[in-house]
Design a protein around this ligand. Structure first.
Ligand code: PEP
Ligand code: MN
Length: 421
């Protein structure tokens, strides 16, 4: 439909997308959503960009990228995971690239997901729910809003939905038209995913399904839709949204939005999470204690998980919330090399994932699976396995944000956590 041929997104996509209308079986919200006036961290600073209002109106009129029936199907699959009968494998880029949304790129990512899920299922003899960090993972929270590049302070790269990774003030400007590009490329990817769904692998559930961090409220807020058949609200940007470690305050806008839709939803649980805070998330997101509705993605770090996770698991278990527990062993184990490059050590990732598994089991709970940052290509961004040390890292380091595992490293992790001892 549209060809992106410049580093800076073109405003004419606005015109292209303005012509589209909502499908007739879904409609838009009729009143001001409850999250509208709540605080929201990590939001882009669009300034007074002249296209902002038109972009929001265009997204509000656009068809949803996922359908309510798909969202319900995934919830049913996740209910099986909550019951201990299956596992989740959720993998993909830290930040997806607009330039890697072609059917070829997407097929390569699906192949990598299928291969790793097949491996996991082979070890456990159970079904694997396959989820990509894909088809919308275009926005990043950042710990520091600026970075110094060659002595110049630049706004941080926040994902292709917000700005560009280039090292210039122009590239780093927040541009709301990028939200339309994000919609467009998500649509491309979702079409490819849909083409693969139904092709059920042996011992593996239907899939793959999509997920992304529900970070940019202007985008997700504009893509909430109502299923006319049931009156249910759903988030039309992805099947399985999550809120990140920095935006998971139970009283804030991100959690309120996820609380208002029927999608299965996930929250990252980090070193700052407390049993009380996690219970507040349970009340906000799973008031009816429904299996498959809520997932906790634990990313505490291998050094801290042993002390921090057990009280959280006990609190959730004793409150009777049938959540899915996943381990993200990546985000609590990131270190910087002297060169400033971010890396992760495979040993630390294995260590956190094993501790996670053992803590869940010790509490009679099901370690539901893994949430990993991976590349379909043979990248050298994490140390371990075929990547021997810091000197080896720069060979093929192409991530837009955090360091990803290559397929061999990801397979090693899955074998260690789910394979024979
Ligand atoms: C991420 O998943 O890329 C991420 C930023 O995670 P977290 O919110 O857990 O830091
Ligand atoms: Mn990341």
């Amino acid at each position: 439909m549209v060809f992106l041929n410049a580093d800076i997104c073109r405003a004419d996509l606005l015109v292209e997308l303005e012509g589209i209308v909502v499908r007739d079986h879904v409609s838009n919200l009729r009143h001001t959503p409850e999250w509208e006036h709540l605080p929201a961290g990590q939001q882009p600073q669009w300034g007074d960009h002249p296209a902002y209002e038109r972009v929001k109106a265009t997204l509000t009129a656009a068809p949803p990228l996922v359908l309510p029936g798909e969202v319900r199907e995934l919830r049913d699959r996740l209910a099986e995971v909550a019951a201990g009968e299956a596992h989740v494998l959720q993998i993909g880029d830290c930040a997806e690239s607009f330039y890697e949304s072609t059917p070829d790129h997407t097929r390569a990512k699906i192949e990598a997901l299928d291969a790793l899920a097949g491996r996991l299922g082979h070890h456990t003899g159970r079904g694997v729910v396959r989820i990509g960090r894909i088809g919308g993972q275009y926005a990043k929270p950042r710990s520091t809003p600026f970075e110094v590049v060659d002595g110049v302070e630049l706004p941080a790269f926040r994902g292709h939905m917000v700005n560009a990774e280039g090292r210039s003030p122009e590239a780093r400007k927040h541009d709301p038209v990028r939200m339309l590009w994000a919609y467009h490329f998500s649509d491309e990817v979702q079409r490819t995913l849909r083409g693969h769904r139904g092709a059920t692998l042996h011992g593996v559930h239907p899939g793959p399904w999509s997920s992304h961090d529900a970070l940019v409220m202007d985008y997700t807020g504009a893509l909430v839709r109502v299923d006319e058949a049931t009156g249910d609200r759903f988030l039309g940007s992805t099947h399985y949204p999550w809120v990140g470690e920095r935006t998971g305050d139970p009283g804030h806008a991100h959690v309120a939005l996820l609380g208002s839709v029927i999608n299965p939803v996930a929250c990252k649980i980090g070193p700052r999470s407390t049993p009380d805070g996690v219970l507040a998330l349970c009340r906000a997101l799973d008031p009816h204690r429904e299996p498959g509705r809520l997932t906790f993605i634990v990313r505490m770090g291998s050094a801290d998980i042993g002390t921090l996770l057990p009280p959280v698991v006990r609190a959730v278990r004793d409150a009777g919330h049938p959540v899915v527990w996943l381990s993200d062993p990546m985000h609590g184990n990131t270190v910087k090399l002297p060169s400033g490059i971010k890396v992760r050590h495979l040993d630390h990732l294995v260590d956190e994932a094993l501790r996670f598994r053992d803590i869940l089991r010790a509490h009679g709970q099901h370690p539901g699976g893994l949430h990993l940052e991976t590349a379909a290509e043979d990248v050298t961004e994490c140390i371990g396995g075929p990547v021997h040390g810091p000197d080896d890292v720069e060979r093929h380091y192409t991530t837009l944000c955090d360091p990803r595992l290559n397929s061999e490293q990801a397979a090693h992790l899955v074998d260690r956590v789910f394979g024979p001892a």
